[in-house]
Design a protein around this ligand. Structure first.
Ligand SMILES: Cc1ncc(COP(=O)(O)O)c(C=O)c1O
Length: 355
């Protein structure tokens, strides 16, 4: 497939880097391609970022066939722009498409499109430590025959937005609330995929948790309400007795995070025992009472590592590591960000230089 490139004549004015927040501003260009059953993917183009027309009967509005991804481009200390394990995001997006009966796409082609798009809008990659250019690929069903069945048409977009440092005032451990009323995902459902529908159901529980004074929600399994799954839009890890323990992906209810995968690989390389397995909230609290729980942290593209300082479950509450970032959390954060910002040699081929 060819890719048309239509550059804007006049670039937008860039925001002040310290006013970027999270996805407040979008860059000059976007990528879009279309699909229909008769011709496959076609009409790939990089064009001006902007609104587009869509039919009110487009199936995405009715039955929610929509997927998305989140990744970043970094401005390195050497002035080069790097991505971080982008092929994993595109592979995961195709897995989401498969589960939602959406058309598969050529992930190498879309990765090339992303690289081209970021290079075209490279002035928007903030040259500021801790900041990055957020990359949001997403896809929607655009077929207009309103039966409850897979769409025959789709659009896939990539948009870009400069985003601020996650910890502008230094790392602050979060307070998490273990949810015992709502659930996020069931076995056999779509929790293991980046389907937009997964996120719709988490808004209300998330708001209730904020109202209670906590920063994040910790999801338990839907069947027994016993095993820890994820925290907000991150995976979760525990250091118990010197071992790094994280819920396994086996049930299909947890998103296979790219940061999760990165952290597991690094920990193994550093000789830290890693266990991917069921972990009940009861056992976590027991380990805390016995002084064996030394660190808890969430992993995700947004913050890389987000230490947890306090956990509440029913009437119990535990403080972790004196509400400070622990040594493993700090080491992992330093290692991953050093690779992303080109401060450390990328020996694993994780951070391709694209411009
Ligand atoms: C539900 C959920 N879990 C975990 C993650 C972390 O995944 P990643 O490390 O790929 O950003 C995300 C973010 O993408 C998410 O939305």
């Amino acid at each position: 497939m060819n890719m048309k490139v239509n550059l804007v004549k006049e670039r937008k004015e860039k925001p002040a880097w310290d006013d970027c927040g999270f996805c407040k501003y979008y860059t000059d260009h976007m990528f879009v391609m279309e699909y229909d059953d008769s011709q496959g993917w076609y009409n790939a183009q990089i064009k001006k970022y902007g609104q587009f027309l869509i039919d009110p009967s487009a199936l995405v509005f009715h039955y929610g066939q929509a997927s998305f991804e989140g990744m970043k481009a970094f401005y390195g200390v050497d002035g080069k722009i790097r991505l971080f394990r982008p092929e994993m995001n595109l592979a995961r997006m195709n897995q989401t498409h498969e589960r939602l009966a959406m058309a598969q796409f050529d992930s190498e082609f879309v990765l090339e499109a992303i690289k081209k798009l970021v290079v075209i809008d490279k002035e928007w990659v903030p040259p500021v430590e801790g900041m990055s250019l957020y990359i949001r690929p997403f896809s929607i069903a655009t077929g207009t025959v309103l039966g409850v069945k897979r769409s025959d048409k789709y659009k896939l977009f990539v948009i870009l937005s400069p985003v601020g440092a996650y910890y502008p005032e230094g790392v602050k451990p979060t307070k998490i609330y273990v949810e015992d009323k709502y659930v996020r995902a069931v076995e056999g459902g779509i929790g293991g995929y980046k389907a937009s529908a997964n996120y719709a159901g988490t808004m209300k529980p998330g708001e209730e948790v904020l109202e209670k004074g906590f920063s994040q929600i910790c999801w338990l399994d839907a069947k027994e309400n016993k095993y820890i799954e994820e925290v907000g839009t991150s995976n979760i890890m525990f250091v118990i007795d010197g071992k790094l323990i994280t819920p396994s992906l086996e049930r299909g209810t947890i998103l296979p995070g790219i940061t999760r995968n990165t952290v597991i690989q690094l920990a193994k390389e550093w000789g830290i025992p890693v266990e991917e397995r069921d972990l009940s909230v009861k056992k976590v609290f027991k380990a805390a009472e016995e002084g064996k729980l030394t660190e808890v942290f969430a992993t995700g593209t947004a913050a890389v590592i987000s230490p947890v300082g306090l956990m509440k479950w029913k009437d119990k509450e535990v403080i972790i590591n004196n509400q400070e970032i622990g040594p493993l959390s700090q080491r992992l954060y330093d290692e991953v960000t050093a690779i992303q910002y080109g401060q450390k040699e990328d020996t694993r081929g994780w951070a391709p230089v694209i411009g």
